[in-house]
Design a protein around this ligand. Structure first.
Ligand code: V55
Ligand code: FE
Length: 481
């Protein structure tokens, strides 16, 4: 019998629906006729109840979805990613895999089977659509049907056991820059750094070791450097053997930034060190040949309530707040430190940029907020979107989704292929909790605080999700898989 524990928030109950909807209803405004492309996204949607009490949503099955735009019409599709794990559990009619990134908790019948749920990002490069979680090589999906093609190891070139959910595309060269952490297996401190040419063929591989094993969820790429942030969400095999959390927050460990020249080798790494703090997603990074600038939300403490402290300190939603900040590393100076400068006074996460400026100097950004000054509502729900001017110091433009609403990651969509940086739209999926329904809201990227350009309604709710990307129709016509 399939029966899920009753969720505290019914909106967050599993959906388990794979849908095809032709022509979503537009309930406000108008979808720009010229928008031609597809917004891909993935959410966490558990297919079978977990036998692990209080298991994390990070350990739920990946449900890939597409919003396909053509001539003002939006078609929707969603499909579970057919991971080896999904297929094994569907055949069994129950969960066979246990706790988040802890293979010791699995049913013996699936020993050695790939554990990924591919629930973190969907991205397109070199004519291929990838679905990925950082604990495994990616899977390829059919960009139209969302059918799963299968696990992909870059024709054997990915020798690491894992691959990041946050690759970057260099808009100058078309190269995809990516990496692997825990690259020799769970809790190993090894990092592999890869570059693929515009067709997706791996052309560079380098290996290095982090000062300690941690979650390296995202990284920074500039024209001349790659930077690996080592943040003290640590991992130890001993914890896994005891059935404890894969990650624990260590308030006594430093942050390290490992800088490697683009296409450099692992032994060229230079480590820069700073005091204990939290960061996860990178908005963007650039360099001027000497100084490297990185924008990332930085918190005093661990952001994730479900990853415990090593010393059982309780989670604190106030010190967990993250504020977009700029780290600067001076490669021309002999030191081993970096500076930090806060850019905004609103707290949030899920920062994104105009990806056409990835690796390059940039001025525009957008992020989701879970706290603004004057908001005393309990909890830490993401309910706002901030449009950011990264150079002027101007206050963020803020869109408020509503009291009973939640927002997902905002994504930038260029107004046209040659539109100036940050000119176009911001797409954000809004959960309307009272209505048990979700909308895709389209904002003007230059007036995030203005009325939406359009609100595209879904007839049902979408589970909370992680990341997604806009892929233009022109790019999609280059598909090779
Ligand atoms: C994140 C999400 C994950 C994961 C690790 O920060 C980090 C986001 C959805 O899964 O496994
Ligand atoms: Fe992420």
């Amino acid at each position: 019998m399939t029966s899920f524990p009753r969720p505290q928030v019914p909106f967050e109950a599993p959906m388990r629906v794979e849908a095809d909807i032709s022509g979503l209803e537009v309930v406000q405004g108008e979808v720009p006729e010229h928008l031609d492309g597809t917004y891909y996204r993935v959410v966490c949607d558990r297919a079978w109840p977990s036998y692990v009490p209080g298991d994390l949503f990070f350990n739920e099955d990946g449900m890939a979805m597409s919003f396909c735009f053509a001539k003002g019409r939006v078609d929707f599709r969603s499909r579970y990613v057919r991971t080896p794990r999904f297929e094994a559990e569907r055949a069994a009619g129950r969960s066979l895999f246990g706790a988040y990134r802890n293979p010791y908790t699995d049913d013996p019948s699936v020993a050695g089977v790939n554990r990924t749920v591919a629930n973190t990002n969907v991205f397109y490069h070199g004519g291929k659509l990838y679905a990925c979680k950082e604990d495994s090589p990616p899977l390829l999906l059919d960009p139209v049907t969302l059918d799963t093609i299968g696990l992909y190891d870059f024709e054997g070139a990915l020798t690491a056991r894992t691959s990041t959910a946050h690759p970057k595309t260099d808009p100058v060269t078309g190269e995809m820059v990516f990496f692997s952490f825990q690259a020799k297996g769970e809790v190993t401190p090894d990092i592999a750094y890869y570059e693929a040419d515009p067709a997706g063929t791996v052309i560079h591989e380098a290996w290095l070791r982090a000062p300690y094993t941690s979650m390296v969820h995202d990284f920074c790429v500039t024209q001349n450097f790659v930077i690996f942030p080592i943040i003290p969400l640590r991992a130890e095999d001993e914890w896994l053997r005891r059935g404890e959390s894969h990650y624990k927050w260590d308030p006594d460990e430093d942050v390290y930034l490992g800088v490697v020249p683009r296409k450099g080798s692992g032994d060229e790494v230079r480590w820069f060190r700073g005091s204990n703090r939290f960061a996860s997603h990178i908005l963007g990074a650039s360099d001027d040949g000497r100084r490297i600038h990185i924008e990332t939300p930085v918190g005093r403490d661990n952001f994730f309530p479900f990853f415990p402290w090593v010393d059982d300190t309780p989670y604190d939603p106030v010190t967990a707040r993250a504020f977009l900040s700029r780290w600067t590393i001076d490669m021309g100076a002999p030191g081993e430190t970096f500076t930090e400068h806060r850019l905004v006074d609103v707290a949030g996460e899920f920062p994104r940029m105009d990806d056409r400026r990835e690796t390059l100097p940039h001025e525009w950004g957008v992020m989701a907020l879970n706290h603004v000054p004057g908001d005393d509502a309990p909890g830490s729900g993401f309910r706002w979107i901030a449009g950011l001017d990264l150079t002027s110091g101007r206050a963020p433009q803020i869109f408020y989704a509503g009291d009973d609403c939640s927002v997902g990651e905002p994504v930038f969509v260029p107004g046209s292929p040659d539109a100036p940086e940050g000119h176009g739209y911001v797409f954000v999926v809004v959960g309307r909790h009272q209505q048990m329904r979700s909308d895709l809201v389209i904002l003007d990227a230059q007036r995030v605080d203005g009325p939406p350009v359009a609100t595209v309604a879904l007839p049902f709710r979408i589970r909370r999700g992680l990341h997604g990307n806009w892929v233009s129709g022109a790019e999609l016509r280059t598909r090779t898989a």
